[in-house]
Write a protein that binds this ligand. Structure first.
Ligand SMILES: *[C@@H]1O[C@H](CO)[C@@H](O)[C@H](O)[C@H]1NC(C)=O
Length: 343
């Protein structure tokens, strides 16, 4: 570590490969766990009973997931392709326009390996994204397996023999484990409903991409580009949830829980793990607004300007260049742009 420090170049001979190794191990573990949840029955689903003739679970069977209007294959492809393309385009643009706040130190490991700053940013954003995607899958699958809540079409898939079970009234609760006469595979998947994995994945992907677009994209001149992209993505994610409910594949509660899971994981990763996609710029003093009285000569409505929690989280160095709340706040104070603003 006794290498001379050049400005803008961080030297490290041993620490980076070590961290990289740890991260690869964690990543591999996550992928493996997601695989076991998804494609094996290592974790058996909790068998819940049901009420005879329960109307909540008596919707018609809509067919396997692949026959849905938004099949899993489509969701998986979009959830992979849209953020990857967005991040690649955003990073390439930021790199070639030398955007402020996106400059990164070049890491030199020994004499051989130079981590290209562009490559480093892309790998970090995509790596954290992929990690979150697998984590969301694990959370959703674990929730489904642990709760064992049934889908709205459960009784149509289960086809219980009410005569043999002795069902007389709708108040009778059936705990018999072999109550179902339907196809065991379909019955098993009809027991996995809470939370909705499709909803969780699409919202995770949308929120991550939206936060990336909002915090990193520079669209000088057009003020509506970022909101358009963001709202379109969020709309698509909502649509996935709506279709899940409309096709009797999930209840509303499942979809909402999925939205919450995916959204929470995305927000956590962006704010706490990659610190708002920001790079610390200690050399630039944070410019603070001086004249909060007016915007474009108009008297300013004194809105209570709430300090952003993101701003506080990322420390004093990035103050003023922090999250979108911070920027909103500073715009309210009457300052449209400053050297670190990413608008
Ligand atoms: C339901 O169970 C009764 C009594 O065991 C049996 O007679 C009848 O055939 C069963 N019905 C079906 C559709 O399996």
């Amino acid at each position: 570590m006794a290498v001379e420090e050049k400005p803008g170049v961080k030297s490290s001979s041993s620490i980076v490969p070590c961290f990289l190794f740890v991260e690869l191990v964690i990543m591999a573990g996550t992928v493996l766990l997601a695989y076991y949840f998804e494609y094996t029955d290592t974790f058996p689903v909790h068998i819940q009973g049901f009420f005879c003739y329960d109307k909540t679970f008596s919707k018609p069977y809509p067919g396997p997931d692949d026959t849905s209007k938004i099949p899993p294959v489509l969701i998986y492809s979009l959830v992979t392709a849209i953020p990857t393309l967005t991040i690649l385009v955003g990073e390439l643009c930021a790199f070639f326009t030398k955007a402020e706040g996106t400059q990164e130190k070049t890491i030199v490991t020994a004499d051989c390996c130079y981590f290209n700053p562009l490559l480093r940013r892309i790998i970090r954003f995509l790596g954290v994204y992929a990690f979150g995607l697998f984590t969301t899958t694990i959370f959703a699958n674990a929730g489904q397996v642990v709760t064992g809540n049934q889908t709205p079409h459960f009784l149509s898939a289960c086809r219980p023999n009410y005569t043999a079970l002795g069902c007389q009234s709708t108040m009778q609760y059936i705990t018999e484990r072999r109550a179902c006469t339907g196809n065991p595979l379909i019955v098993m998947s009809a027991r996995k409903s809470f939370p909705s994995k499709d909803a969780a994945l699409s919202v995770y992907s949308a929120v991550y991409t939206v936060m990336y677009v909002t915090l990193v994209f520079k669209t000088k001149g057009t003020r509506l580009t970022k909101p358009t992209i963001s709202l379109t993505l969020l709309c698509l994610a909502m649509l996935v949830g709506v279709v899940r409910v409309a096709e009797y594949r999930n209840h509303w509660a499942d979809v909402l829980a999925g939205f919450f899971t995916g959204g929470a994981i995305a927000v956590f990763l962006v704010t706490c793990v990659i610190n708002n996609f920001q790079q610390l710029q200690p050399s630039l003093p944070p410019p603070r607004p001086q004249r909060p009285e007016s915007v474009l000569g108009m008297p300013m409505v004194t809105l209570p300007c709430v300090e952003s929690p993101l701003e506080k989280l990322s420390g004093p160095q990035v103050r003023g260049g922090g999250g979108c709340e911070a920027r909103l706040c500073s715009q309210k104070r009457g300052r449209d742009t400053h050297p670190l603003s990413l608008t």
